[in-house]
Ligand binder design. Structure first.
Ligand code: ZN
Length: 255
């Protein structure tokens, strides 16, 4: 059993994960099937307090544990927000072991959704990487650019728009690198690599506190000196940056 707690909203700062044997009888409204773990069925359920935030644990979990934890947090968060029919407002019931909900009044079935977001490793003609930071991030933290897809956009169009909005850079055609679920609360991060047409940067004053190009030597030096920190190791952002550092920015390395 994976229990997930939530205080008001489900995000990384308020969400924890515990794995423990099931207690009491199966409750179809509370126990949501995640899949099989070593041949046994594993369920997620909401608990009053799980103690440790998932974000704090991410880099300590194995790939398998992380996949289960992401599924548990995403599923619990969705059930907590989706208790009423989106069409008529009647309280809905859990169906399919927690995979979906059904309205007893109008019979509409509601399934969890993911918000598509893109994340971009943008390089210039000299193969320098674009790093940027937002004012709200911890001091010294830098990452690659990212943003949510808008209605009616392809992901490639989102890549072009976000980079234009955030740093004023025009791109050549983006190429797909890989993806990662990010259930804070329900994103699906889709990674691209893209070459800038020109290196001139015009950071958005409302979104970007600083943006600059780095060479591999400069980034290694800044990391060694503690002058700059990167996103958590398990994030696709970090995988992209590490792949670029290794001169292997490709789907085999990132995906
Ligand atoms: Zn309904």
């Amino acid at each position: 059993m994976i229990g997930v707690d939530a205080e008001g909203r489900v995000d990384g700062d308020h969400t924890g994960v515990v794995v423990a044997p099931t207690e009491g009888a199966f409750d179809s409204e509370q126990h949501f099937l995640l899949g099989l773990w070593d041949g046994a069925a594993v369920f997620a359920r909401a608990v009053p307090s799980a103690g440790v935030g998932l974000r704090a644990l991410i880099d300590e979990l194995s790939e398998d544990q992380l996949q289960l934890a992401f599924a548990a947090v995403g599923l619990i968060g969705w059930h907590q927000r989706a208790g009423f029919c989106p069409a008529c407002g009647t309280a809905s019931r859990v169906i399919l072991g927690g995979l979906a909900r059904r309205c007893p009044s109008c019979d509409i079935e509601d399934y969890p959704r993911s918000d598509a977001a893109v994340i971009m490793a943008v390089t210039d003609a000299d193969d320098r990487l674009l790093l940027a930071r937002q004012a709200a991030w911890p001091p010294g933290r830098y990452s690659v650019l990212a943003g949510f897809a808008e209605v009616g956009e392809s992901l490639e169009q989102t890549v072009h728009r976000e980079v234009a909005e955030e740093v004023g850079v025009e791109l050549e055609t983006p190429t797909y690198l890989g993806s990662q679920p990010w259930p804070f609360p329900r994103s699906l991060m889709v990674a691209f690599a893209a070459r800038a047409v020109s290196p001139e940067l015009r950071p958005s004053p409302t979104e970007i506190e600083d943006a600059h190009w780095v060479t591999r030597a400069e980034l290694r030096e800044q990391l060694a000196a503690g002058a700059l920190s990167l996103p958590m190791a398990a994030s696709i952002a970090r995988r992209m940056i590490e792949a670029w550092l290794a001169d292997e920015l490709n789907p085999q390395r990132v995906g």
